[in-house]
Design a protein around this ligand. Structure first.
Ligand code: FAD
Length: 307
């Protein structure tokens, strides 16, 4: 069903209940906006006066609302609302082995400070991911947590992209016009793999981040030392999109987790995450110090877990 008011400067509003119908609409109207909570699109249309002639509400499509714990991780449909995801994570952490849910716990903490409950009750993970805001609170965590995004095109072909490779630039993602985000796969954590969230904003409640981050490290024991097998350090609020500190990650691999690692990693991080003096958003010195202090806090937190 749709209301065709385009001839009168209005819009078409679709409310499909099957995935196939969404894909057909995407093939027919490549510029159609998908809507779940309307918390991003609503701002664009009401405050920025941007007009979208075709809107497709996808909240009733079963495949986009999947939420399942599997043997290897969790499958989360793109239209799953944040408060539903938060409750699901809270349940999962009571049911699985503690080490498997380090990422889930990080998401629980980050979601507590994501907007307010009204916004969390309606807004979706897909809307947050596909908007690719440079200060998205969740995108650095998806990237750090090794999440994979499943993308479907209008012919029904599905491909999988690492969250790490999905964000291309300012509000730009790796999606073709006839593709949509179908779901997110969040793997369980390995033993001695730790994930933590960070967010600094002006207020604690209902505020956007100045800088946020998702950081992960996987440690393995080698001749009485804990050595970094894998790591990921991702920041929001420091670049046009969520940004990985690649050189710091490369430095960490195979290093012993000790005070020397911390000292040297902070030096590399300073050069890895560069915020120009005239960067949009200002507060450049403060933001630089946040990137370092988040890593410092992460180091202390992990070391404490290993005691
Ligand atoms: P919608 O507005 O419905 O859609 C957003 C965009 O995503 C559209 O362009 C749409 O086409 C696209 N899209 C949606 N689903 C798909 C899909 N399956 N495939 C492809 N494209 C898709 N964000 C934060 O990170 N942290 C905060 O603290 C925060 N606080 C906020 C506070 C307020 C008051 C408001 C208004 C917003 C806030 N946001 C925050 C931003 C926003 O709430 C989130 O980005 C939210 O998750 C968007 O989801 P939605 O369902 O409302 O998106």
């Amino acid at each position: 069903t749709f209301l065709n008011l385009t001839g009168f400067g209005g819009l078409m509003w679709y409310r499909p209940i099957t995935l196939q119908h969404v894909l057909d609409l995407k093939a027919k109207y490549p510029n159609a906006k998908l809507i779940v909570g309307n918390t991003e699109v609503g701002i664009e249309t009401r405050l920025k006066r941007i007009q979208y002639p075709v809107l497709v509400s996808v909240m009733h499509v079963p495949e986009l609302n999947v939420l399942e714990a599997r043997d290897d991780g969790i499958e989360i449909g793109a239209a799953v609302r944040l408060s539903i995801l938060l409750n699901f994570f809270r349940k999962v952490v009571t049911e699985r082995a503690a080490h498997e849910t380090s990422s889930c716990k990080a998401f629980i903490e980050q979601l507590k400070w994501f907007a307010g409950s009204q916004i969390r009750n309606v807004s979706s993970i897909g809307g947050n991911i596909c908007t690719a805001s440079p200060i998205s609170d969740l995108n650095p965590l998806w990237m750090a947590a090794r999440a994979k995004f499943r993308i479907i095109d209008s012919k029904g072909n599905i491909k999988t992209v690492l969250a790490e490779n999905f964000f291309l630039g300012y509000r730009k993602v790796d999606l073709a016009y006839d593709e949509i985000l179908l779901s997110v796969f969040l793997p369980w954590n390995k033993t001695f793999e730790f994930v933590k969230e960070f967010k600094q904003s002006h207020r604690r409640d209902d505020d956007i981040a100045i800088v946020n981050a998702g950081i992960r490290v996987h440690l393995q024991e080698h001749s009485d030392n804990w050595v970094v097998a894998d790591a990921s350090i991702v920041y929001g609020g420091v670049a046009p999109c969520s940004l990985s500190a690649i050189k710091t990650k490369e430095f960490l691999i195979d290093k012993i987790w000790d005070q020397d690692l911390l000292k040297n990693a902070l030096k590399i991080l300073q050069k890895d995450i560069v915020i120009k003096d005239d960067a949009p958003g200002g507060m450049v010195e403060f933001r630089k110090s946040l990137t370092l202090s988040f890593f410092f806090k992460f180091f202390l937190w992990v070391s404490h877990q290993m005691d």
